[in-house]
Design a protein around this ligand. Sequence first.
Ligand code: FMN
Length: 220
Amino acid sequence: MNDENPRFFDLVGDVRAIRRLKPDPVRVEMIQQVLNAGVQAPSGQNLQPWAFVLVSDPERKKWFADRYAAAMESRFGLPINPGDRPEKHARGQLGAIFHQMDHLHEAPYLLFVCGKRDWPFKVPDAERVGLAPPNYGAVYPCVQNILLACRALGLGAALTTMHQVFEDELHEYFEIPEDYGVVVTIPIGYPEGRFGPVSRKPAESMTHHDRWGNTKQSPE
Ligand SMILES: Cc1cc2nc3c(=O)[nH]c(=O)nc-3n(C[C@H](O)[C@H](O)[C@H](O)COP(=O)(O)O)c2cc1C
């Protein structure tokens, strides 16, 4: 491979959350390719503390979608019943979030990215009470590789975390062992709409040179 790959810079800015998915089937080999991109991510001591639950069974997807919608309603007051929603909720990011919530069970795949529980170094032994959090720091690079790989294959994906509201039930239903936490749920399928550039502030506007507050790079 060449040392430089300029196409990466096009790809990385084109990976927005795709919440409107077609129900059309996606070959499982494509998902395997995506997950194999995920596991190229770095992790402390190369422990690779991730695991995946790939859900395609309609009944299990429906189980998840029902609880997801209930969690959205209880936490954010987003009505489950479309008839109870204000007109303005049909558009923009909220419109897409509602669409995702209403159609979650139709996504070809729901992917749970799980992380082995592991106390961060800074937590002293005496404070290590109960279950450790999943190793988020190690799992998120894997998650980002997954999102990039989906984009590279023309698949839509979006990172969601609302399952945290019903994680105990989730563990029981999907038989996920206690020493793993579910870090994100990613619905995956072909996109209904188009991919598009993300909207982000430029890095220069949040870069401090040599000391915090010095946002102007000194001339060489
Ligand atoms: C830690 C984290 C948690 C997120 N949780 C959710 C979520 O629960 N539901 C959701 O629809 N999007 C979630 N997102 C996606 C963000 O809302 C999304 O990336 C952001 O609004 C920017 O939109 P874009 O990626 O389409 O540009 C999450 C993203 C991150 C990094």
